[in-house]
Design a protein around this ligand. Structure first.
Ligand code: GRG
Length: 290
């Protein structure tokens, strides 16, 4: 698994470096590169490639689409660490972007990474027709905005130090984290021009994978070693974050995550051995230590 992630990271970073270096220089390029290339597991790109392989989508196109996803992911991490959000000084074992470059630069580098995702999806060398590119941009915009990542982040901050129901916590985690995974799962179906019903099925699988990812992230925050994780751990409790662990306890949350994996695998059954890679990624997501 680690070997596969390393290959995806190498191919994605090499595309992104070429893409950025082909543009005119600006003062924001260094902080943007810092947010993009300071590590990162590339798990979202792996999910995209796993689902893409169910539909035999060309690897090169998936790497380019994955690069756009990683830009939005890097943007969300830069903004998540800001003092007005989660106020975290360390990310991926290094000073957060605003610590290294200052707050205003971090905000602008984040904004520029968001718009770069759209530039990449409309890139002439992404070998897809214009309608498909338009549909991909429409979907990723929807997943990033007030009904997706940004809306989920709002709820995450709003729920601090409040008693929140299980349903609301799940809804918040699906928006904050799940929506970008939904895009990873749906992009291959958009490329294949699948019908609305199939798209909905994969949107839900993506939301469940994202929820699993966020629950695993919360478990890492609860029990993880900050030196391995590359950021402070035990923060959720200190900040009064509404998580499933705060509501159900540690052991029940692990059981919940395991039941999510069973639920997702059930939906993948009809793809037989072709879904082996995706199932392997689900186990990695739950058992990782960073
Ligand atoms: C509108 C895109 C957008 C952002 C603004 C700040 C914000 C709103 C949203 C934050 C969303 C967020 C940070 C969710 C947490 C998701 C999560 C668990 C991130 C960690 O992902 P990993 O472990 O990171 O894949 P690496 O370092 O491996 O890339």
């Amino acid at each position: 698994m680690q070997k596969k992630l390393n290959k995806i990271a190498k191919d994605t970073n090499s595309f992104l470096k070429k893409f950025i270096n082909s543009q005119k220089k600006s003062n924001l390029i260094i902080p943007m590169k810092y947010g993009l290339f300071s590590g990162g597991k590339k798990i979202r790109s792996k999910i995209l490639i796993d689902v893409g392989s169910l539909f035999k989508i060309n690897y090169k196109s998936l790497i380019i689409i994955g690069a756009a996803i990683e830009c939005i992911h890097a943007y969300s991490l830069i903004h998540d660490d800001l003092p007005c959000m989660d106020n975290d000084k360390i990310r991926r074992g290094k000073p957060s972007t605003h610590i290294k470059f200052g707050e205003s630069t971090a905000v602008l580098a984040g904004n520029s990474l968001l718009t770069m995702a759209f530039e990449i999806l409309s890139y002439s060398k992404l070998n897809l027709n214009k309608d498909i590119k338009n549909n991909l941009i429409n979907k990723i915009s929807h997943c990033s905005g007030h009904l997706g990542i940004a809306g989920g982040q709002y709820l995450d901050l709003d729920y601090e130090n409040k008693k929140v129901s299980k349903k609301k916590i799940i809804e918040m985690e699906i928006k904050k984290t799940g929506k970008l995974f939904s895009f990873c799962c749906v992009a291959p179906l958009i490329i294949m021009k699948k019908n609305k019903k199939d798209i909905k099925i994969f949107e839900n699988i993506g939301a469940e994978i994202g929820l699993l990812f966020q629950v695993a992230d919360d478990l890492i925050d609860y029990r993880g070693n900050s030196l391995i994780v590359g950021k402070k751990t035990g923060k959720d409790k200190k900040k009064g974050k509404a998580t499933l662990i705060s509501l159900l306890g540690y052991k029940n949350t692990i059981k919940y995550a395991q039941s999510l994996i069973l639920q997702i695998n059930k939906k993948l059954k009809k793809y037989g051995s072709k879904s082996k890679n995706l199932s392997e990624t689900l186990n990695y997501i739950l058992n990782r230590n960073k």
